[in-house]
Ligand binder design. Structure first.
Ligand code: G4P
Length: 527
């Protein structure tokens, strides 16, 4: 099959939600449709359960599961669909942001009762930054929740999305009867507690004025549905494929993932409208998927849980050309050729060695410490993919070695954990002490635990009250030098040797910015 055809077939996306909205349940139902799994419950959630902040076994268990569920590929209606898993826990938000650099579109799950929640807002704003096309799935219609119209207003208001409902609920909770599929003009009736795939009955229904509607849903619901659909189709714009692709409008579906209701409607629409693998920017130029030369980037690194085997899996998204097993590729940062004897693909929770992969696919590469997040591999050209930043951390602790005999192990362990993107390491210039900066507090526990179990090193942490760490640059070197001289006490360097300003408070940061107009403060590492 030609490269162009392979690209046409592929849909690579992420499902994002606030924890508990139903992401795992929806993923599982999608996999059931694709035949990738046979029974419900086969995909275990990789979310860290509430209140498990210090439960290390839970962290380890989750890490094990999340290798298997990091990428789930399946085939559906002649398409190859790749779902990239995104952790819902807010302390792993950075992992999620990075994974979103590797998708071409996203599905946002919203709980009908809870509406738009905090994590939903953050994740959607990341997608919007990149203009990622987004479909909204409003879940748990089998429960009482917010009025559909109000919820759409909330989605528009809080998430700044422009919604276009492609289905509309008929009642909810106890009175939930199903949805009207506006996109395909079908009535889809809800049959609660049915068996897998038997929970809905679909009736072609292209005219809601047809008196048969009463027969199916009763008089009251029929009148309500007619009125609402008329309002919806007047108030909201028609679906426009190009506008969706540009990230300007957002189709909305309603359903109940646990009952496998409304999921197929969304999936069928998704495979029709969602983008194929899209071009991706590098510092040098745009890379189109149809180019002959292979190029890809690493967006996630997963360490082996077995301390005897220090190898890791680097997850690489193929962006252009064909990736082949046992072929020499350029590791751009290390300026050397590498080839891979056992690249793996992920179909549901099965891993298998592959001979080739195409744009949109995610390949697992066994790695003995050569990769860092953001690394580029190519057929020979020097390219650096953009958009895989580290974020300005917000929680800080000094890290000290607690076992003088294990200094080397500690240094190595810390470096490798930083490559995986677990946290960021800075060295304070005034006292040469190491500082770990993270987005969430859970990472400190993870670091301490993993250093001990994987590297035999012990560390202690000392609290450090800082507001933010931000990278500093200046066009005029004199201004930078002046800044560095005057703010020496609050300076650090990151692992790449970039200057970082450690702000004690939001106020201090503002004062310093005002005092040094020629100096730029960056809140992501990409500048
Ligand atoms: P997450 O990955 O977004 O965190 O959510 P997950 O799918 O784990 O779902 C969170 C909870 O919501 C689960 O219940 C799940 O069964 C339930 N749920 C998902 N979809 C629906 C739906 O359409 N209707 C209703 N009523 N509930 C739904 P739980 O009790 O937390 O876990 P479990 O014991 O059922 O696994």
């Amino acid at each position: 099959m030609s490269l162009a055809k392979e690209i046409q077939k592929r849909r690579t996306f992420g499902i994002i939600s606030h924890p508990d909205a139903g992401k795992t349940t929806l993923t599982e139902k999608l996999l059931l449709f694709g035949g990738a799994i046979q029974t419900a419950g086969a995909v275990k959630s990789n979310k860290i359960k509430k209140g498990a902040t210090s439960d290390f076994m839970e962290i380890e268990r989750q890490r094990g599961i999340s290798v298997a569920t990091s990428v789930m590929g399946f085939k559906y209606r002649g398409r190859k669909i790749n779902i990239l898993d995104t952790p819902g826990h807010k302390d792993f938000a950075e992992d999620t942001y990075r994974t979103l650099t590797a998708v071409d579109s996203a599905i946002v799950v919203i709980d009908v009762a809870k509406g738009v929640e905090e994590q939903t807002e953050k994740l959607v704003s990341v997608c919007k930054m990149r203009k990622t096309p987004i479909i909204v799935f409003v879940n748990k219609l089998d429960r009482e929740g917010k009025d559909a119209m109000e919820l759409l207003d909330e989605i528009e208001g809080k998430l700044e999305l422009n919604v276009v409902p492609l289905s509309w609920p008929i009642g909810m909770g106890q009175r939930f009867q199903g949805v009207y599929n506006i996109y395909e003009q079908k009535l889809v009736l809800f049959r609660p507690h049915g068996k897998q795939n038997e929970s809905e009955e679909t009736i072609e229904f292209d005219n809601l004025d047809d008196p048969d509607l009463e027969k199916y849903v009763g008089e009251e619901a029929a009148a309500e549905l007619r009125e609402e659909v008329e309002m919806v189709t007047t108030v909201y714009p028609d679906f426009d494929q190009d506008a969706y692709m540009r990230g300007e409008i957002n189709p909305v579906f309603f359903g109940s993932a646990i009952n496998n209701f409304g999921v197929k409607e969304m999936l069928d629409c998704f495979v029709d409208i969602a983008p194929n693998p899209l071009p991706r920017p590098t510092e040098e130029r745009m890379v189109k998927p149809t180019e002959d030369q292979f190029a890809g980037f690493v967006f996630k690194i997963h360490a082996n849980m077995d301390p005897k085997h220090r190898d890791r899996i680097a997850f690489m998204r193929v962006c252009s050309g064909k990736f082949e097993r046992n072929t020499n590729y350029l590791h751009v940062r290390q300026e050397r050729k590498m080839k891979f004897a056992n690249p793996t693909s992920f179909m549901a929770s099965k891993k298998s060695v592959i001979d080739e992969a195409f744009p949109g696919d995610v390949v697992g590469l066994y790695d003995s410490g050569n990769f860092k997040i953001g690394d580029t591999l190519t057929g020979g050209e020097v390219l650096h993919f953009k958009g895989i930043p580290s974020f300005s951390p917000e929680q800080f602790r000094y890290v000290d070695n607690a076992d003088p005999l294990k200094q080397k192990q500690m240094v190595k362990g810390l470096a490798q954990l930083m490559d995986e993107g677990v946290a960021q390491l800075f060295t304070r210039q005034s006292n040469n002490r190491r500082i770990i900066g993270t987005v969430g507090a859970l990472q400190f526990d993870v670091i301490q635990y993993r250093l001990k179990h994987e590297y035999g090193a012990s560390v202690t942490f000392e609290p450090l009250n800082l507001h933010k760490a931000c990278w500093v640059t200046a066009e005029d070197d004199k201004k930078l030098q002046e800044f560095l001289k005057r703010r020496r006490a609050d300076l650090a360097k990151d692992l790449a040797g970039n200057w970082v300003y450690l702000a004690q408070s939001a106020y201090a940061l503002q004062m310093v910015r005002d005092a040094h107009p020629g100096v730029e403060f960056h809140f992501t590492s990409e500048f």
